[in-house]
Each structure stands twice: as C-alpha cells, then as structure tokens.
Design a protein around this ligand. Structure first.
Ligand code: ARG
Length: 458
C-alpha cells in the first residue's frame, strides 16, 4: 500500500512491520479531537490567507462529514495508514479530492498528536473533577447522617480512641478535595496549544498560533516549538494525579472490605456491589471494592511506564512517544469507572450503628481520657500515662474494662480520681469533648459540615 509519506522510500513496508508500528488500533479514540484540531487549523490557514475561502470550506465540510461518520461508527480505519492522523487525511482526500491534502500545510503529525492529547485530557479531567464532586457529595451526605455514630479510631490497626464515623468519612472528603484541586491546577498546563510548532522547528508559513489556540478554547500556547512537540509532562502529571486518586480510593476500599467482614460487621455493602460464591452459599464478597484496590496497580504502572519511556528520549519527537497513549486511555477508563462505582458503594452502604457503638464499649480506647483527666488536675502527663497504664493492666488481668473498675481501685491509684471519671470514660463523651479545631468532637464536625454546605451553595 502506498504511504502518504512514501516519496523517499523504494521498498514498500511489510504488513507485519506496519502492524507493529501502527497506533490506529488505539489512537482512533482521538478521532473527535483530531477533527476538532484540523478544523481549527484550516480555519486559521484561511484567515492567514494560506488556503482560499473555497478550499477551507471544502475541507471543513469534508471534516464535518467525517465527524458525523465517526459518531455513527461508520469510519473504517486501516493499519496501512498507521495512525488516526493519516487515516483521517486519506479519508478526507477520498471524500473531497486532492484539495484535502492542503489541510496539512504548516503542520506536522508531531504538533497534531500533541494537540489531540491536550484536547482529550482537558475534557477527561473536567469529567473526573465532576465525578470527584459527586463522590464528595456522597461522603458529605453519609457524614451528615452519622455525626453521632461512634466507631473505634485506629492507629497500627489497634483500637486507639473513639471517633465519630462522620469524622472518618470526612477525612476522605478532604483527600478528594485535594485531588480535585490538583486536577484543577493541572488544567493550566493541559489547556495550552502546541499547534503550529510543526515537526519541531515551527514553520515558514505565516500562521497565527494564537488564533488556532483560541478556536480550540486553549488558554495559551507553548512558547517553544521543541518543547511543544516533546512535552509529555502534562500526561505524566495526569497519571500521577490519578495515582493519588486511586491510592485514596484503594485505602478506603481496604477499610470497606475490613468493615464488611463478619469480624467487624460495621457496614454492609449493597448487593449491587457484591457477588456470591459459586460454591459457598453464605458468601457475599465485596468484589467491587477489591477490584478498585486491585486496579490501582495498573494506574501506578501506567505512571512508571511513561516516566520510563520519556527519560531517555532526546529532543524532539521520537516514536517512543507513541507509547504515551494506551496508558493514558487506560487510566482515564480506570479512574472514571472506579469513581463511579465507589460513589455508588458509599451512598448505598448500610451502616451498622449499633455494632459500631458496641465495639467501643468493649475496648480500652477510652484510656487516654483517664490520663488527660489526671493531667488536667496537674499530674504531669507522663506520670498520668503510667498510672492509667497500670489500671489497664489490672483490667486485662481481671478480664474487665475501665468502666467496670470500682472507684476505690481508681482512688488507690491516685487520690485525684473522683466519681466523675465514669462520665469521662463514656465513649460518647470522649468524642464529644474533642472539640479542638479539626478534631472529632460533634460540634466541630457540625461546623465543618456547615462550612461544606456553604461552599456547595456558593
Ligand atoms: N502516531 C504518532 C504518535 O502517536 C503520531 C506522531 C507521529 N509522528 C511521526 N513523525 N512519526 O506518536
């Protein structure tokens, strides 16, 4: 098959080699962006009097016909045309005749592919920001219902101090807030135009880069043509931001999985997000949470993959860079899918309030309250810690909990203990009293929820 770039070649390439080099099997995903970029390019060429009104009209009409066909899945791509750019160019020429060949004036596939990916990521990042907002809303809604639901807070996965379940959910709310902000910030670097950089050095045609950028809704342009065609930072940044989103989802998935075990039984995931076992009839497996945790691996892989691809490539474009796309597409698909599923899991999960509150009654997570109690009465904290530690040991030996010890035992340990310790030891009070800024105290959480609801309105 004759190549569009075949002029200097004497032997035609072999099909199996073509196949190895072709990217059409995956970069066809960029068909709409490629056409959008081409329309902007030809409009600019026309404004700069590089192509005539008549030529521009023909080319644009041809491109719009191709767009229509793309939407109806009527385009037939071929490996012989290597990638989306050459496939579309050939289709355009087939559609409107040789004048279609003028579209590529003052442009190269190198600035073209970079433009396509900037357009693509801009749209996808907007969509992911939207999905993060929906997830935050789901967390906010569950948190609002569970301000006074108490669970054990853990460090080292050992019971530490009782906390409000809302506080735990809101911790993730803020992680997703940072994820959102990171993506918003990255748009500054995604929403700029490489178009007009040519193959690497710019072009001799009197083009107007600002104009084509404006037509595509870009906020700026790359200052340097070499940088414009060689930069893949914006994709790496996206993969890195996505890795963090997946990390947050994965940590949360791990907790949902733990919490839905018989041992914890803190929550029950909705049937929609669980599956049964083909052999054990009693099973309800938290498959979707496990799968999101598992899919985190491929997103990390995509990040490391592209970093590695890029690290040894000299300026400017090298074919290595074609390897930037599959990981990017895969990441978009994985992150959007995971966020949708995760939001659904959060809004539909059943919270076993009673089990949670029973859990905090059968542990020593109120021990800090006693130590704080003594410290508030002037005992140096280290000493208070020691006294309470011994009381905990006494309880463990007797197989009871701090609330079960009589006042006399407390007073033997320290005369400063009075009857009010039994109030202080109640988990609900342990939580309610932690009203330091950002703490788990109920009032503090209510204030946070109020602040969040204000930002939602604004
Ligand atoms: N398919 C190529 C890619 O994805 C497009 C750019 C090709 N440029 C070139 N000079 N071969 O990277």
């Amino acid at each position: 098959m004759k190549k569009l770039w075949g002029g200097r070649f004497t032997k035609s390439a072999e099909e199996w080699v073509d196949e190895f080099g072709a990217s059409i099997s995956f970069d066809k995903e960029l068909v709409k962006e490629d056409i959008e970029g081409s329309i902007a390019h030809v409009t600019m060429l026309n404004k700069c009097e590089i192509v005539t009104d008549e030529e521009a009209t023909l080319i644009k009409e041809g491109l719009l016909t191709l767009l229509e066909k793309a939407k109806n899945h009527e385009l037939e791509y071929s490996v012989a045309q290597e990638d989306i750019h050459l496939n579309l160019e050939k289709m355009l020429i087939d559609e409107i005749g040789q004048v279609g060949g003028k579209l590529h004036t003052g442009r190269s596939r190198n600035d073209q592919i970079a433009t396509d990916m900037h357009l693509y990521l801009r749209n996808q990042v907007d969509e992911i920001i939207q999905l993060l907002k929906e997830l935050q809303h789901a967390l906010y809604t569950q948190a609002s219902e569970h301000v006074e639901t108490i669970i054990p807070g853990y460090t080292h996965l050992q019971r530490a101090q009782p906390i409000s379940f809302a506080h735990h959910l809101l911790a993730y709310y803020w992680m997703f807030q940072r994820d959102t902000e990171r993506l918003q910030d990255s748009l500054k670097r995604i929403n700029i135009s490489p178009l007009g950089a040519g193959a690497l050095a710019g072009t001799t045609f009197p083009i107007d880069r600002h104009y084509s950028a404006e037509l595509m809704g870009f906020e700026g342009i790359y200052e340097n043509s070499l940088d414009a065609v060689s930069d893949r930072d914006f994709i790496i940044e996206f993969l890195s931001n996505s890795s963090l989103i997946m990390t947050h989802l994965s940590r949360f998935c791990e907790e949902l999985i733990l919490w839905s075990t018989t041992e914890f039984n803190f929550i029950e995931l909705d049937d929609t997000f669980a599956t049964g076992s083909s052999i054990m009839p009693q099973k309800k497996n938290p498959d979707m949470a496990e799968l999101i945790r598992g899919k985190t691996g491929r997103v990390f892989g995509n990040l490391i993959g592209l970093l590695t691809v890029l690290k040894g490539t000299p300026l400017a474009y090298n074919k290595d860079m074609q390897e930037d796309k599959e990981g990017m597409f895969d990441t978009v698909k994985t992150v959007t899918g995971s966020l949708k599923i995760f939001s659904g899991m959060i809004s539909s999960m059943k919270v076993n309030k009673e089990v949670m509150s029973r859990a905090v009654k059968k542990d020593f997570s109120n021990a800090t309250e006693l130590a704080d109690y003594l410290a508030a009465k002037g005992v140096p904290f280290r000493e208070a810690h020691e006294i309470v530690g011994k009381l905990v040991l006494t309880c463990i030996e007797k197989g009871i909990y701090l609330l079960d010890l009589p006042l006399s035992t407390y007073q033997e340990a320290s005369p400063l203990f009075e009857n009010d310790i039994f109030e202080v030891l109640l988990p609900v009070n342990a939580v309610a009293r932690r009203n330091s800024l950002g703490g788990t105290g109920f009032n503090e959480i209510r204030k946070v929820l109020e602040r969040i609801s204000q930002t939602k309105k604004s």
